[in-house]
Design a protein around this ligand. Sequence first.
Ligand code: P6P
Length: 337
Amino acid sequence: MIVMNSYKITTLNDFITLRQKDFPYAKGELSSLLSHIGTAAKIVNKKINKAGLVDIIGKAGMVNIQGENQQKLDVFADKVFTDALRSSGECCGIATEENQNEIVFSDKLAKKGKYIVSMDPLDGSSNIDYNVSVGSIFSIYRRITPRGKSVKNEDFLQPGSQQVAAVYVIYGSSTMLVYTTGNGVNGFTLDPSIGEFCLSHPSIKTPEEGKIYSINEGNYIYFPAGIKKYIKYCQEKDDNSARPYTSRYIGSLVSDFHRNLLMGGVFLYPSNDKMPQGKLRLVYECNPIAFIAEQAGGAASDGMSRILDISPGSLHQRSPFYAGSKNMVHRIEEFLR
Ligand code: P6P
């Protein structure tokens, strides 16, 4: 801990090391992995902050597995995080939105890594060129195949309940890193003057009830009947008081979720006629966000089941997604039943 101008600074690395004691058997591998993600996030952040000034915005001229145009920053972020995870020596392979199959780290050191990481290196990147905030999302598991061997697809298809850590970075008005290792949720804000993520939001707890619902109402006609009813519920005055709800939607998952996490609210991406399984990816978007939501006292569901209980069938499987204040998520489940 450093004291500067009479206020205490706890950097991300201090905090990770400090909290490592929560895990008697941890020998620092997870701490090192989280620190590498933090360092890579600072590199990506620098590029994002200059987007528009340097030739890093716009399309990379390639299409990813999703059939989406890859932005130059998508490709850049994917490479920076992949290199950081490979060089950490703690990670034996990754799954990323930008690649069809898992990436096996074949060097000896990495093969001994205990952990695998699934990531969306830059979520919402289509917003980059218009200065809307974006994010990076990481989901960390212990591998199930033996250490020293090459990682396999099955390592990446564990249910979200098996996560050992989940992290998101939000490149917004300030850059924040929020993570959990199963002992609560803590948020760190990047102080550019010292180049460190500093503890700014200790022990984040999300209100059980909130006033914000976040959904792309442009898809209204395609929504299931229960979601149409829920939207009307949020908008209608009930018999003795106006509904206190307000609609807030940025179109960037990490930004929409983060605001609701702190203020109370619910994020909805339902299945719809155009996307029967919804749009968001279970493995590297829904699971890590769900782990953080639950660790902050919130909930995350696909409308019927707890997101963290779902066993993924494939890396890029989509899921309907409702996450945020517990009572609001449960009320949506009732509307859908
Ligand atoms: P729509 C961004 O492309 C993203 O994957 C999430 O970050 C965001 O929540 C969602 O898609 C927005 O989708 O269909 O509302 O534009």
